[in-house]
Design a protein around this ligand. Structure first.
Ligand code: BG6
Length: 479
C-alpha cells in the first residue's frame, strides 16, 4: 500500500473509539498499513498528546490484543486537528494530507452532507496528480428515497460517485463474502440454484440486544430502516444475483442492483402479504426480566416504532419466479441467531421408507458460529432401507486462518481502492424503492407485540406459503 493519509472526521466520537481505531490498530500490528498516517479531526480543541491519550484508553478497552510496545509504534501514526465542519477551519488540515488521502465521516447522519460540502469547499475533493481523494460514509443513507436522493445530490456537488465509498459493514463480514465465493466457485451449485430446485430462502438476523443507549436514533428509524433496507437487502442480493462475468466492482454491483430491480413491487393492496412489523414488550431472556420497548429510556411514550420487521420478497425473473425470499430481523429475540437458509424442493420420485421429505437445506450460518451446513438424508444403519437426517458441516475458519473484522476488511479495501464491497448509489436507491410502499403503509397503524426473549410476533407466519415454517431462532446451532 502506498503512503496514504486517513482523516477521520468525528475523531472524538463513539465509532472512532469502538470500531475504527481498534481496526486500524490491528491492521498496523499485522503490518498491513505501515505508512498510513491517521489524522483525527473533531470540534474539541485537543492537542495531539490529548488525542493520543484518548485513543490509548480506547484501545485498552476495545482492541483485541493490546500490547504497549505495539501501541508505541502505532501512536507515531496519529495526529490531530481541532475545528468545525467549515471550509475555513478544515483548511488547517492542508499540510497534513498526502497525495493519497481518504476522509472518513465518522459523524452523525445529519452531518454527512454538510461535511462532504465543507471538504469540497476547502478544495479537498480534487484528486492531486498521481494521487487520489476518497470519501467514506456509513449508513444510514437517508431515511427514505427522497432523503437518500437529496443526500446524494449534496455529496455529488463536489465528489464523484467513484470517490464515494458507502459502507455497509455486513459486506465486510466473512460469511457475506463467502456467499460469493461458495456460490460461484463450486460447480455443483449453480445448476440447482434456481426456482426449479429451490423452494424458499430465509434470511434471519436475530438479536438479543434491545435498543440499548440508541433510542434517539432507533425510535425514529425502526428495524426496517436499521437492518432490512441495508444489511438484509445486501445478503438477499448476493444470494439471488446472477453469476458475474468478472469480479470487477461495477459488474458485481450491476448484478446486485438487477436483483433489486427484479423484485415484484409491493403495493398498498398487497402489503399484508409482504410485510409484518412487531415491537417487543416486557418478557424474559433466560431468567432475566426485560422491560418493554416503550419503557426503554429515551423511547417516546406509546411509540409505534417497529423493533422487528419481516418481509416476503419475490424476484420476478427466470431464475427465481415462484420462490419466496423471507427476510426478518428483530431486537430482543430469543437468541443471537443469524443465517441464510436455502431449502431445496422435494425429490420427484418415490423416497425410501421413513425418509422425511423436504429436509434438504443449505445453511450459511452467521451467528452464533460462522459455518456452512448442508442438511441431507442418508441411510439409517440397519437392516431396513430407511433414511435419517444428516448434517454435512464445514466450519468456516480453521484454527490457522487469520480472520478480519468487518472494519478491518473494509478499511483495507477502501485504502486499496477496491469498491466491490461498498454500495453504489443505485443499490441504496433500489433498496429504498422496494421498501417505500411498506414505509408509507407503516406510517399508520401499530406493530404487533411480541414478548422480549421470544421468536417475534406470531403474525409473521402470514407471510409464508403453505407448507413453509419459519426456522426456529432459538436453536443451539444444530437445527
Ligand atoms: C447495525 C444496526 O447497523 O448493525 C444495529 O444499526 C445492529 O442495530 C447491528 O445491532 C448488527 O450488526 P453486528 O455486526 O453488530 O451484529
Amino acid at each position: 500500500m502506498t503512503a496514504a493519509t486517513l482523516v477521520i472526521l468525528g475523531a472524538s466520537g463513539d465509532l472512532t473509539k469502538r470500531l475504527l481505531m481498534p481496526a486500524l490498530y490491528r491492521l498496523h500490528a499485522l503490518g498491513l498499513t505501515p505508512d498510513l498516517r491517521i489524522v483525527g479531526y473533531a470540534m474539541e480543541p485537543w492537542s495531539r498528546a490529548h488525542f493520543e491519550q484518548h485513543i490509548h484508553e480506547a484501545l485498552q478497552a476495545f482492541a483485541m490484543d493490546f500490547k504497549p510496545a505495539q501501541w508505541n509504534r502505532f501512536r507515531r501514526q496519529l495526529d490531530y486537528v481541532g475545528g468545525e465542519l467549515k471550509a475555513d477551519q478544515l483548511v488547517a488540515l492542508k499540510g497534513k494530507l498526502s497525495p493519497a488521502t481518504m476522509f472518513y465521516l465518522a459523524l452523525p447522519p445529519p452531518l454527512f452532507g454538510v461535511a462532504a460540502t465543507a471538504l469540497g469547499e476547502a478544495g479537498f475533493s480534487e484528486s492531486p496528480r498521481g494521487g487520489w481523494r476518497r470519501l467514506v460514509v456509513e449508513k444510514p443513507f437517508g431515511t427514505d428515497l427522497a432523503s437518500a436522493e437529496a443526500l446524494r445530490g449534496q455529496m455529488h456537488t463536489y465528489w464523484e460517485e467513484e470517490q464515494i465509498l458507502r459502507i455497509d459493514h455486513f459486506l465486510g463480514k466473512e460469511t457475506t463474502q463467502n456467499l460469493m465465493v461458495f456460490r460461484f466457485a463450486n460447480r455443483f451449485l449453480e445448476p440447482i440454484w434456481n426456482a426449479q430446485n429451490i423452494a424458499q430462502v430465509q434470511i434471519t438476523y436475530a438479536e438479543t440486544l434491545g435498543v440499548e443507549q440508541r433510542a434517539a436514533y432507533y425510535d425514529k428509524a425502526g428495524a426496517l430502516r436499521d437492518m432490512l433496507q441495508n444489511h438484509l437487502m445486501q445478503l438477499f442480493s448476493l444470494t439471488a444475483m446472477e453469476p458475474p462475468s468478472s469480479w470487477d466492482a461495477e459488474v458485481l454491483r450491476d448484478h446486485k442492483v438487477e436483483v433489486l430491480r427484479s423484485v415484484t413491487p409491493i403495493t398498498a393492496k398487497t402489503i399484508n402479504k409482504h410485510a409484518v412489523r412487531g415491537q417487543y414488550r416486557a418478557g424474559k431472556l433466560g431468567r432475566k426480566k426485560m422491560i418493554g420497548y416503550r419503557n426503554e429510556p429515551g423511547v417516546k411514550r406509546g411509540s409505534d416504532t417497529e423493533t422487528f420487521a419481516a418481509l416476503r420478497l419475490e424476484v420476478d425473473n427466470w431464475r427465481w419466479r415462484g420462490v419466496p425470499f423471507y427476510l426478518r430481523s428483530g431486537k430482543r429475540l430469543a437468541s443471537n441467531y443469524s443465517e441464510i437458509a436455502v431449502q431445496f424442493r422435494e425429490v420427484p420420485g418415490p423416497i425410501p421408507h421413513a425418509v422425511h421429505a423436504g429436509n434438504n437445506w443449505m445453511i450459511f450460518r452467521i451467528r452464533p458460529v460462522e459455518r456452512m451446513d448442508l442438511l441431507v438424508t442418508a441411510k439409517q444403519p440397519g437392516v431396513k432401507l430407511a433414511g435419517r437426517p444428516v448434517t454435512l458441516t464445514a466450519p468456516y475458519a480453521t484454527p490457522n486462518d487469520r480472520e478480519f473484522s468487518a472494519y478491518e476488511q473494509l478499511l483495507v479495501d477502501a485504502l486499496g481502492g477496491d469498491r466491490s464491497n461498498f454500495l453504489r448509489f443505485d443499490e441504496v436507491e433500489w433498496a429504498w424503492r422496494v421498501l417505500s410502499p411498506v414505509l408509507r403503509a407503516w406510517e399508520k397503524g401499530a406493530p404487533n407485540f411480541y414478548p422480549a426473549g421470544s421468536e417475534g410476533p406470531d403474525t409473521q407466519a402470514r407471510l409464508l406459503d403453505l407448507g413453509h415454517d419459519w426456522r426456529p431462532i432459538a436453536l443451539d446451532g444444530d437445527g
